[in-house]
Design a protein around this ligand. Sequence first.
Ligand code: OOB
Length: 571
Amino acid sequence: GDGGAGRPIPTGLADAVAPLPIDGVVPYPPEVAAHYRAAGHWTGATLDGLLREAAAQEPQQVAVIDGERALSYRELDELAGRAATLLAGRHGVARGERVLVQLPNVAEFVLVVFALARLGAVPVLTLPAHRRSDLRHIAQTADAVLIVTRSVIAGFDHGALAREVQGCVPSVHGVLLVDDVDADHAASAGGRRGAGIVEVVRPLPEAPTVPVSPADVALLQLSGGTTGTPKLIARTHDDYLYSVRESARICGLGRHSRLLAAMPIAHNFTMSSPGVLGVVHARGTLVLTQDPSPAGALGLVERHRVTIVPTVPPLVIAWLNSAQAATADLTSLEVVQVGGAKLSRSVAERIEPAFGCRLQQVFGMAEGLVNYTRLDDDRETVLSTQGLRISPDDDVLVVDERDRPVPRGTAGALLTRGPYTIRGYFRAPEHNARAFTPDGFYRTGDLVVEREDGYLTVVGRSKDQINRGGEKIAPEEVENALLAHPDVHDVSVTGAPDEVLGERVRAHVVLRDGAAPPRAVELRRFLAAHGLATYKTPDVFAFVEALPATGVGKVDRRRLASAPSTSRGRA
Ligand code: OOB
């Protein structure tokens, strides 16, 4: 049924406040916005209202399970209010200000996002794998005022990283470490560990909601990127919550739903398709884990009777190939979602038999448009397509190189605009001129075939991007990092086919005259010191005499990408 569980509680706040323009946000044209409101897509709801309604209607229901901790909707709401007091009082965070959030899949993530929402502040959602290079650029572009992270995530010192970023970005005036004081982790030895936010905020008074406009930016997401620097994606309350509500409905979420977040929670897929926010909308339960291994994740499915789980292809492949797929009790599972990268048909065919539930393909993007196969679609559609758009008002165009529509059933480039797709990246006017058409369509860079009924199948890509198992990498960024190495004369980075990841990252390196080939471990250490995100580090280094050129003298990436892999693997 409808995951909405009853009528919204009118707060009267949303309508009363004028939108807060943030320099660099590309707005929807007013007449288009008026249509989205009239059509009922944009309802005036806000992120803070979403949690407040859930807490008012289902105070006792468990909202979040994280290890041995469980938070009810009432507790989550109260703690978010108290955390808002901390953020506003001690760190001076105010409406419209951006706060960089770098947290793993822990309850504090959810708490901090809703605490910021209560203040009308804007979380900038980064991945734990991001390092100095990305974080600095993101913090700079967003004019972030604060970084919220943990002392240590997966053995890496994020407290030190955050202070380093603070040191080089003048707008950042503080770092807030939200650690779990119960967790027994190594950072305590360093003596610089932050306190558990739950313990710190419990005695504080609850901050009242700061009135915001539903047209305000709710959060900033990161784009996979095709250029040397990541782009920021400003999503408004109205647009984001429309996609969340409809996603929850399409995915059959309700009060009984238990969604396992085993992939990074900050990703748009895990946040909103239907993800964390869809669960709160439906008053279901979110189960969080930092351990996506088959034993860890499938163990949690069994223990908490999980009903739905978003995955990327390599994750679901690992689960399929594990002993736990056969031994764990997975009878609670209703839906396994797979998205972020192309799912091969052979893997798709194994999912329903192995997990005893429905497969749902998800083809989405942080910029907006999300396609889902529907839960009642026929088997062939679920196996061979990446689904149908959420909204009848999603404009989908499949075009040739000159932006002319191609006949149905023919491959072409996907352009889209609609009620939850951005009209431009944040503070990137030059890039926007290329990434969007003059009439506001986003050039997705994906090549698709559209069926008569609107279902899309992804057949390739025209953008300069590597999709490493759902993680997006701009070759240019990796190339720039490698070019800083003293022995590197020239470099080109491409994807190389990989059975599990879909693509691996391969660097073709031309060394300076006389330089001996550095070992792969050395190059990786160099890139880490350079501040490159861990997942962007090449899997393979190939040392070549020269890079092949195209007719116009550019590096012929296509030839490199199809070259046999004669090089060194990960050391
Ligand atoms: C999701 O979002 P992003 O922003 O990390 O990446 C978007 C890109 C798409 O343009 C496409 O190139 C690729 O990822 N992609 C797929 C796919 N889903 C995404 N390619 C083939 N098959 C699929 N099923 O990846 C994302 C956002 C929301 C929901 C799901 C995925």
